[in-house]
Design a protein around this ligand. Sequence first.
Ligand SMILES: Nc1ncnc2c1ncn2[C@@H]1O[C@H](COP(=O)(O)OP(=O)(O)O)[C@@H](O)[C@H]1O
Ligand SMILES: Cc1ncc(C[n+]2csc(CCOP(=O)(O)OP(=O)(O)O)c2C)c(N)n1
Ligand SMILES: [Mg+2]
Ligand SMILES: [Mg+2]
Ligand SMILES: [Mg+2]
Length: 367
Amino acid sequence: MRGMDEFALIRLLNRRGSPGTGRPNETGVKTGIGDDAAVMKPSAGSDIVVSCDTMVETVHFLPETMQHYDIGYKAMASSLSDMAAMGARPRWALIALTVPSGPSGTWTAESLQELYDGLYACADRYGTVVVGGDTTSSKSLLTVTVTVIGEADEDRSLLRSSALPGDIVFVTGPLGNSAAGLHLLLKAGRPAVPIEDMEETVRSLVLAHRRPEPRIDAGAILASSEAGVCGALNDISDGLASEAWEIAEASGVRIVLDEERIPLSPELTRYASAAGRDPHDFALYGGEDYELVGTVRRERAAELAARFEVAGKRIWLVGEVAAAGAMNKTDKGAAANLERAPMPGVTLRSSAGVEKPLPKKGYNHFA
Ligand SMILES: Nc1ncnc2c1ncn2[C@@H]1O[C@H](COP(=O)(O)OP(=O)(O)O)[C@@H](O)[C@H]1O
Ligand SMILES: Cc1ncc(C[n+]2csc(CCOP(=O)(O)OP(=O)(O)O)c2C)c(N)n1
Ligand SMILES: [Mg+2]
Ligand SMILES: [Mg+2]
Ligand SMILES: [Mg+2]
């Protein structure tokens, strides 16, 4: 980035401004962008819920995979997704932007504006107000970190540690589309073209990769269920296997996933078959779906599914929770496998009822 100083850049990117003192009741913002820090008023009876996530050039996106607008949209969406995963309502966000300043940098004021248009579009969509951030230069890579501050009803956040033996495991949408979209974009190996210019058959996969939607509404339904109905909850950033392992370990249980119940889109199945890949590999180990995986008390599962239907949504029941170390005694083959499996853990059950340990595999920054 050259030709513009830091302060002009901040003004340009946030030209729509932060609500500041004008509408404190609606947004809770007393002081927005422009002072040393933002000042907000939390709602009465709420816990504050906070998380941040970073996107790094080359790790999370390449010129072949994402357009500038998409990078911004996805940075906000992936951060908001952690609010959904807590059953929280996102309210405010801070954006930390690090821009390559060297002569080789391809980032211009215009491309950063597009990235910010994406960030703001996603924030607006989910009722989140940008209240500040930070802007720095770097030698090489662009990074964007979004910190989200949300609210949950007091003591009602949905934790990874709340799964109980007997619970049913659910997910909020088809899995693996994003990873398949990435696979095909990397294979194409040319600058990312707008979604409108893509073949109909691959559009939904690419869209899933570039413009994931945080499942804020699903999180709200789960959080508003009677206390204790929803057990654990997690969002799927690193792949279903990895996230199920996180729940299993945090809760001290074994999660059993039924392979044939994992929802796969027809587009994914078609793409995987053409690419000579097992679609389940994309769903289990790919990541960036930003759907939710959670558990519900067995006797309330049908009622929860009905609540989603009333809201025009659905959940897929994909497995169950067992006590750590428990195994299906009727299946000798499975028992032999499970004896070698670490407990707590995750197993994958075939349609024939055979359970195998599911590797704790998925996206890992240092693996
Ligand atoms: N560098 C860090 N310093 C402190 N806490 C961290 C750091 N990185 C991650 N965490 C915390 O570790 C937990 C797991 O992080 P992460 O795997 O990134 O979660 P998620 O997949 O939901 O984004 C979170 O509570 C997060 O706040
Ligand atoms: C160019 C490119 N290569 C690989 C990926 C795949 N990828 C990068 S990070 C990631 C996991 C999610 O990101 P992470 O920083 O781990 O988010 P968190 O788990 O903290 O929410 C995946 C699947 C990608 N999006 N783009
Ligand atoms: Mg994270
Ligand atoms: Mg998460
Ligand atoms: Mg991760």
